[in-house]
Ligand binder design. Structure first.
Ligand SMILES: *Cc1c(COP(=O)(O)O)cnc(C)c1O
Ligand SMILES: [Zn+2]
Length: 431
């Protein structure tokens, strides 16, 4: 694996990424200096950020966090970002609503408390703003001038917006056949958007080649050579959920899987909170959600395998359509270690779940949200998710970006002349 050097960054002064101390290999534990590296030079295992975490009392840290800004920077002491991050031009995502979903709970028979963490409230309407906000700080620290990514849709929009705000150039890559809402959202911020004739796994392979080529020199690919930093953004979902529950761990949490990064980092975030004494050390279960048309991790989980066999995706849940998920094996570990599960649902169940969430809680999620709630419902019915325990379902995106999923069955109830007679004839007056 070639070690990426950053053009124009001749100094060897250590970069300031706050409490981030080094990169460490997830497989062999070898440590590397902070830099735009993503694979271990010894064993090719994925690298992740290792920290010097705060050492004060939990009460002190809790107070410091609560006094911070209403976005992910309140958790800056636990993230690979400079301490003055809140003053830099960034899209400042996070602190989205944790909705107590009582209507949905009644419908699903959940008595232990059901919550929807609604990440459609982020600046570009998906959870991807969290990971990109961190990657932007790493890109700045390493002197990159172009921000890039391979994307299933939402990431491209988040990169475009964050680059615009940070004053960086962006050039992002997507499969050519994405939903119109994702394409427009990725293009509107003025960066370059390239449709690749192929699926996400083809896009990703192309980006890996570009990184090794002079054409891609000076480029920070948020989910490739900046991946260790990018991934840390998902920890903020864990922090927020626990803080919003009153510094309590949920008993069960249901998370969608594309590459599996989000799920593994939410687990990392929960572990850190326990280690820091910010929450009580008690068991929790993590459940992963996939669409049947792209279910490599769910298939491996159900077959009892440790390896994930790649699939060719075919589902309306395009934001989750990664047939060869990089973090798949780690997702399997976490689901098994915590006593959770990985399950999948059909596209029809995805649509039903999107409408169920909208009808019961007034939240319009994208297809990934339909996958997550669909799996939640399926696992409750199967007796795998315990309805008497506190459960959090993560809605990671906005239904306005995937209108096609529900447009056929969500139209005007009636179209009438502007007269009371016409309204009466339509039978829609007082019941
Ligand atoms: C990217 C994405 C995910 C999952 O991402 P991972 O690659 O598993 O981290 C989930 N939901 C939405 C809406 C996404 O865009
Ligand atoms: Zn290694």
């Amino acid at each position: 694996m070639a070690v990426q050097t950053v053009a124009g960054n001749a100094t060897t002064a250590p970069v300031d990424l706050g409490p981030a101390a080094a990169l460490s290999c997830r497989e062999c534990g070898e440590r590397f200096e902070l830099g735009p590296l993503f694979a271990c030079a010894s064993c090719f295992g994925p690298l992740e950020v290792a920290y010097d975490l705060p050492t004060g009392s939990p009460e002190e840290l809790r107070k410091r966090i609560e006094a911070g800004p209403d976005n992910i920077w309140r958790y800056a002491p636990l993230l690979p970002v400079p301490s003055d991050v809140a003053e830099k031009p960034n899209i400042n995502p996070g602190f989205t609503k944790l909705v107590k979903a009582d209507n949905l709970a009644r419908e699903l028979g959940v008595t232990g408390g059901l919550y929807v963490k609604d990440d459609s409230g982020n600046p570009t309407h998906s959870f991807k703003d969290r990971v990109v906000a961190i990657a932007v700080e790493a890109a700045r620290a390493f002197g990159f001038t172009t921000l890039s990514c391979s994307s299933t849709g939402n990431l491209a929009g988040a990169v475009g917006a964050a680059a615009a705000r940070a004053g960086l150039r962006s050039c992002v890559f997507i499969p050519h056949d994405l939903e119109q809402g994702k394409v427009v959202m990725a293009a509107v911020y003025g960066g370059e958007l390239v449709g690749i004739e192929g699926n996400y796994d083809d896009v990703n392979r192309f980006c890996s080649e570009l990184i090794g080529d002079p054409l891609g020199e000076g480029w920070g690919f948020v989910n490739v050579n900046l991946r260790p930093y990018y991934g840390e953004g998902s920890k903020t979902l864990a922090y927020e959920i626990c803080e919003q529950l009153g510094w309590r761990l949920p008993d069960q949490i249901v998370i969608p899987i594309a590459s599996g990064s989000q799920l593994t980092k939410i687990d990392k975030g929960l572990q850190e909170l326990i280690k820091l004494g910010l929450v009580e050390d008690k068991p929790y279960k993590i459940f992963g959600a996939q669409a049947e048309g792209c279910s490599p991790v769910s298939a491996a989980f159900k077959a009892g395998h440790d390896v994930v066999r790649p699939q060719k995706p075919n589902t309306i849940a395009k934001s989750l359509a990664i047939g060869n998920p990089a973090d798949g094996p780690y997702v399997l570990d976490i689901a098994r270690r915590t006593g959770g599960a990985v399950e999948d649902v059909t596209d029809e169940q995805v649509v039903d779940a999107i409408k169920l969430l909208a009808r019961t809680e007034g939240i319009f999620g994208e297809t990934a949200g339909g996958v997550t709630l669909g799996v939640t419902k399926k696992l409750i019915e199967a007796g795998v998710i315990d309805p008497t325990l506190t459960t959090v379902v993560v809605n990671t995106g906005d239904g306005l970006k995937t209108l096609d999923a529900v447009s056929a069955t969500s139209q005007a109830t009636a179209t009438i002349k502007p007269s009371l007679d016409a309204f009466r004839a339509a039978g829609l007056g007082t019941a």
